[in-house]
Design a protein around this ligand. Structure first.
Ligand code: CP
Length: 326
């Protein structure tokens, strides 16, 4: 994969070995590394399901630094570290940290480097994870940098698609909702470009997938198409990846209000889809998938997707801290 412009040289190709590495972008992954992550995440799932703490990461400390709200990413990284025997320093929304006194990102992560072995960072600005990673010598994992990327989400999405559909090659994946601001779809589209997939982007005109990403994937020969109506592509879709319209990224609330309810997936919507259609969502949802879908089909995979996040994040923490085979 090509290195996106916003990344600096902290983002190295992993080539199957996560030890000591930063995880900043899906750009760092290849299909073989993803195979390893898939296999390892089946093993970490066994540890988590047994319900006890393993000791792989005893004596290790994670600093969980979140400048933006999170439920899943923050809690699953905490649970992942604790399931592997480590411990966690949690700084949520930085309200009670020295950031409110004006401390900048680099000094904040340099401080945490003195106390922790790995940092997980969520920050509102694109490229912030790469800047923070340059400032420290311990591994730093990007848990979402503004409208940039959310690589650990893309990895758990990849694991979920593989578990639900059995493979990736040959699939048609339709992404629905906010393509402009959705860092999960930016990362997932890039990651899926490693496979023979067809990508459909369904959004209103003002929330289209950034042209930089479309061009990046075009250059790799990925078949992509853009639509305003889900009905144009649903019947030929294998995975429907629904996203929330990201209210917090809009400067004008009236513009948000004009697009927020445009797509709502209901059991009726799904009647036009394949029986094997997998329905995913990075969550949180705010109305774009009706709750009646949850029990309508066993292929509503969004809660399993969230569960896979724990196993993938256990794998990543064990990997960057040198506890997985090379
Ligand atoms: N999917 C996701 O990133 O969820 P949170 O914002 O709750 O972490």
């Amino acid at each position: 994969m090509e290195r996106p412009d916003f990344l600096n040289h902290s983002a190295e190709h992993l080539n199957g070995n996560l030890k000591g590495k930063d995880i900043l972008s899906v750009w760092q992954f290849d299909a073989q590394t993803l195979d390893h992550i898939f296999s390892w995440s089946l093993e970490t799932a066994e540890i988590a399901k047994k319900g006890y703490k393993a000791d792989f990461l005893s004596q290790k400390i994670l600093a969980n630094l979140f400048y933006e709200p999170s439920t899943r990413t923050s809690s699953s990284f905490t649970a992942a570290m604790e399931r592997l025997g480590g411990s966690v320093i949690s700084i949520n929304e930085v309200k009670y940290s020295s950031v409110t006194k004006g401390e900048d990102l680099e000094d904040t992560v340099r401080t945490l480097e003195q106390y922790a072995d790995v940092i997980v960072l969520r920050h509102p600005e694109m490229g912030s994870a790469a800047i923070a990673a340059e400032a420290v010598s311990i591994p730093l994992i990007n848990a979402g940098d503004g409208v940039g990327e959310h690589p650990t989400q893309a990895l758990l999405d990849y694991v979920t698609i593989r578990k639900e559909q059995g493979m990736l090659d040959g699939l048609a994946v339709t992404m629905l909702g906010d393509m402009k601001h959705g860092r999960t779809v930016h990362s997932l589209a890039r990651l899926l470009s490693l496979y023979q997939v067809r990508l459909n982007y369904v959004s209103p005109e003002i929330l289209r997938m950034p042209s930089t990403i479309i061009q990046e994937l075009e250059a790799k020969g990925v078949q992509q198409s853009e639509h305003e109506s889900l009905s144009e592509v649903l019947s030929d879709t294998d995975v429907l990846y629904v996203t929330r319209v990201q209210k917090e990224r809009f400067e004008d609330t009236a513009v948000y209000e004009s697009v927020k309810g445009l797509y709502v997936v209901t059991p009726e919507t799904l009647r036009a889809g394949k029986e094997s259609l997998t329905i995913m969502h990075p969550l949180p949802r705010v109305g774009e998938i009706s709750k009646s879908v949850d029990s309508y089909t066993k292929n509503a995979a969004y809660f399993r997707q969230m569960e896979n996040g724990l196993y993938v994040r256990m794998t990543l923490l064990a990997g960057v801290l040198g506890k997985l085979p090379a």
